[in-house]
Design a protein around this ligand. Structure first.
Ligand SMILES: [Fe+2]
Ligand SMILES: [Fe+2]
Length: 327
């Protein structure tokens, strides 16, 4: 459902209109009625820029997120595990492509977004700056990291911007598969040898806190959240989503037979939620500012992939130009 704003009534990004501007009123009504804003509709410049930033960060996260698990494709223990992991990592590439396309509907240029990523001017999820030390990490990433991504992303299927919301519907279906395959791998390992169970517990110990950080800083320290919620780009606060993730994950950890590394974790009957400890927010700030365990390596690898692929882009552009000129 669109806001049915006639295209061209107000040119997109034409600065702030006066209060009498019909586009502004229609935009406000569209948001109030829970309808979708579409690419040719008038939208405030801040809304457009916020979305470009959020969608680009999300796209970058999908693409950089291929690296930690991609490193295990050649070392997967069986053909079956290799096929599953390969499919998952390819899905993440697909998620990146849908999202870069969604950003392009807002007027962003994909090449420019890639440049911003590799020059460190745009961010991606902090979680992908941690190393994957054993094959159990593949399972734990599927279970916890894709699980956290699902909590974050399911509400985005109702985001006010149409192309983003529609991309999220398909992405969420695939993320659910990722979470299930991760959990199934861990279940298998937990039914194996003591060494395998230890590998799983060790991976859980390392990934639990970074997974909680994926929801961003606490609400009181998240300056852009309120505006994104007013525009219905975002539907729930960071802390609400983090609580939802903890509540969902604790029974899964019990079923798996692993211990979540948080002594403060316990059921609170009054709140009907789990209480839990605070992640190390200083660590999150450090990782976000580019100084996590593997930030440099992740960006260097992305830069290398970008320059390795330059000839393909040049060939495609030359081919398209040749067709345009009809020769
Ligand atoms: Fe993804
Ligand atoms: Fe995923």
């Amino acid at each position: 459902m669109t806001g049915s704003i006639s295209a061209g009534s107000v040119s997109p990004g034409s600065g702030s209109p006066g209060p009498a501007d019909p586009g502004e009123q229609i935009f406000a009504d569209t948001i109030a009625r829970d309808q979708r804003v579409e690419p040719r509709d008038w939208m405030p410049d801040g809304y457009r820029q916020t979305l470009i930033r959020q969608i680009a960060q999300h796209a970058h996260s999908e693409i950089i997120g291929m690296q930690p698990e991609g490193e295990w494709i050649t070392r997967a223990p069986t053909l079956r595990r290799k096929a599953i992991l390969l499919a998952k990592v390819q899905d993440e590439a697909g998620h990146g492509l849908y999202l870069y396309s969604a950003a392009e509907t807002l007027g962003a240029d994909r090449g420019d977004l890639t440049r911003r990523l590799i020059e460190g001017r745009q961010k991606y999820s902090s979680i992908f700056n941690y190393p994957t030390l054993s094959f159990a990490d593949v399972g734990v990433i599927g279970w916890l990291v894709d699980g956290a991504a699902i909590c974050n992303q399911v509400p985005l299927c109702r985001s006010s911007y149409g192309p983003y919301a529609r991309a999220m519907i398909r992405i969420c279906k695939e993320e659910s598969f990722h979470q299930r395959q991760g959990y199934e791998l861990l279940m298998t390992m937990m039914g194996g040898t003591e060494t395998q169970r230890d590998m799983v517990q060790d991976a859980v110990n390392r990934w639990w806190w970074p997974s909680l950080m994926m929801f961003g800083p606490p609400d009181g320290d998240s300056p852009n959240s309120a505006r994104s919620m007013a525009w219905k780009i975002k539907r729930h606060s960071n802390d609400e989503l983090r609580q939802r993730f903890v509540d969902m994950t604790v029974p899964q950890a019990d079923a798996l037979g692993v211990t979540l590394p948080d002594p403060a974790l316990r059921w609170n009957a009054d709140r009907e939620h789990y209480d839990f400890g605070q992640p190390d927010w200083a660590e999150l700030k450090q990782v976000i500012s580019g100084d996590g365990p593997l930030n440099r390596q992740r960006i260097a690898r992305r830069k290398q992939a970008d320059s390795d692929g330059a000839w393909v882009r040049e060939a495609a552009a030359a081919h398209a130009a040749k067709h345009r000129s009809g020769s």
